[in-house]
Write a protein that binds this ligand. Structure first.
Ligand code: GDP
Length: 444
């Protein structure tokens, strides 16, 4: 999980200041010393740290905090606002050309995740924004890159334009653009050639391509796990090519977070997307404010809601609500719901998006056991239709049969039946609640 160490340390500092009815300059000074150390340890660029501390300190001993009735909380608000500003403030969205197609050049060093991210971006544009993307295989130097993009295209059902590995990349890009215009694509995503290092030949070729296709976006793909190296790479690409945005990959494995916190401040280029896993749907728009909120343990409910909206079938949700209201929720529906929840991603990641999750002791060590969920699914699948509709008919011998069929035990079957029963009782209670009271029901 990204930012683990930093998040823990900052939250520790914030918790101490939170309840304070009076914040003195000495308090701020001491707090800033710890924040500074935490940021440096997270591998944030030292100059960025220095500026950040200066800005927060100035504001924290200023009027807005000192005069407030809850100075402790005001300091936290200042830290959150400055963290947000550090990562770019407002969310920076992908461009939309006045006249389609919007042309996007994907650039970066080998291994950063450029080809995978190009596929992920096509997937996101198509699924969430309902756009029609064309993938372009112009990485003719890395031997397997073209094949890899073609495979991704097949998986995603997005067409890939390729002229093989002997063609000139600039020529490939030009012809792809022509094709996109003729066939009315909305986005052209060009997977350009990577190199092991930033060198002149690479930059020359990218500059020629930029000249030829006049891209609306040039996205630099960098590996967040490489920390300050990623920042240096970004700086040199920006100086030489003029990038319009950064996509940080492998944020899922980056426990420190130094690149995410420094790149914008050092290069001036906004982070537009973040890669959070190897799967093709593991790319999220980068929201500085939500990220700051997550770092400070305030949760990220908005992303959670968006994920849910993308994963959950609206018709089904309505149907479910109706069933809950009329208390006709069956084990089949339960199975359905489990499936939908699993689509959201690994459950321990989801839990961490809830506000206050950091205060739940031991959550870090909770490994939501995905296998356990698979077992629950297997149990329900081993039931007959009638059993699923009327679980009360499940007697001892039926339980034995179900346990055998699902490769589980009678105890596990019992546990599930009990949980389901409790859930139904709770639904009944909620649906019977008078309206006024229901409004007050908040999660969590
Ligand atoms: P390229 O040389 O820059 O085109 O790199 P690739 O697209 O081939 O990616 C290199 C490796 O990084 C592959 O194994 C990808 O699955 C992996 N990768 C890419 N993005 C992410 C990410 O966001 N998270 C994780 N964990 N792995 C990623």
């Amino acid at each position: 999980m990204a930012f683990e160490g930093l998040s823990e340390r900052l939250q520790h500092v914030m918790n101490r200041i939170r309840g304070k009815g009076k914040v003195t300059e000495a308090d701020v000074k001491e707090m800033m010393r710890e924040v500074r150390l935490a940021l440096l340890e997270a591998d944030v660029n030292f100059k960025v740290v220095k500026d950040f501390i200066k800005r927060v300190s100035e504001r924290a001993v200023g009027q807005e905090v000192m005069k407030s009735l809850t100075p402790g909380q005001q300091v936290i608000k200042v830290v959150k606002e400055e963290l947000t500003a550090l990562m770019g403030g407002e969310q920076s969205k992908i461009a939309v050309a006045k006249k389609p197609p919007t042309v996007v050049m994907m650039v970066g060093l080998q291994g950063a995740g450029k080809t995978t991210t190009t596929g992920k971006l096509a997937n996101l544009l198509r699924k969430r924004h309902n756009r029609k993307p064309l993938l372009v295989a112009a990485d003719v130097y890395r031997p397997a890159a073209i094949k890899q993009l073609e495979t991704l295209g097949k998986q995603l059902n997005v067409p890939v334009f390729s002229l093989g590995e002997h063609a000139n990349p600039v020529e490939i890009a030009k012809q792809a653009l022509e094709r996109a215009k003729e066939e009315h694509y909305d986005y052209v995503l060009i997977d350009t050639a990577g190199r092991l290092h930033v060198d002149e030949a690479l930059m020359d070729e990218l500059k020629q391509m930029k000249e030829a296709v006049k891209p609306d976006e040039i996205f630099l793909v960098v590996d967040a796990m490489t920390g300050q190296d990623a920042v240096n790479v970004a700086q040199s690409f920006h100086e030489q090519l003029g990038i319009t945005g950064v996509i940080l990959t492998k944020l899922d494995g980056d426990t420190r977070g130094g690149a995410a916190l420094s790149i914008r401040a050092v290069t001036g280029a906004p982070i537009k997307f973040a890669g959070l896993g190897e799967k093709l749907d593991a790319l999220e728009p980068f929201h500085p404010e939500r990220m700051a909120s997550r770092i400070l343990g305030m949760g990220d409910v908005l992303t959670l809601i968006e994920k849910a909206q993308a994963a959950v079938d609206e018709e089904k949700a309505k149907e479910l609500e109706q069933k809950m209201r009329t208390a006709t929720f069956t084990l089949d529906d339960f199975l359905d719901q489990l499936g939908q929840v699993r689509k959201l991603g690994p459950l321990d990641e989801i839990l961490k998006m809830l506000p206050g999750a950091n205060k739940i002791k031991g959550l870090d060590s909770i490994q939501v056991d995905e296998k356990q969920i698979a077992r629950v699914e297997a149990i329900i699948r081993s039931m007959t239709k009638e059993e699923k509709m009327h679980p009360e008919i499940i007697n001892g011998s039926r339980k034995k049969r179900i346990a055998k069929g699902s490769g589980t035990t009678v105890q596990e079957v019992n546990r599930l039946l009990k949980q389901f029963d409790d859930m139904k009782k709770m639904m009944k209670m909620m649906t019977n609640m008078p309206k006024g009271k229901k409004k007050g029901f908040r999660f969590p």
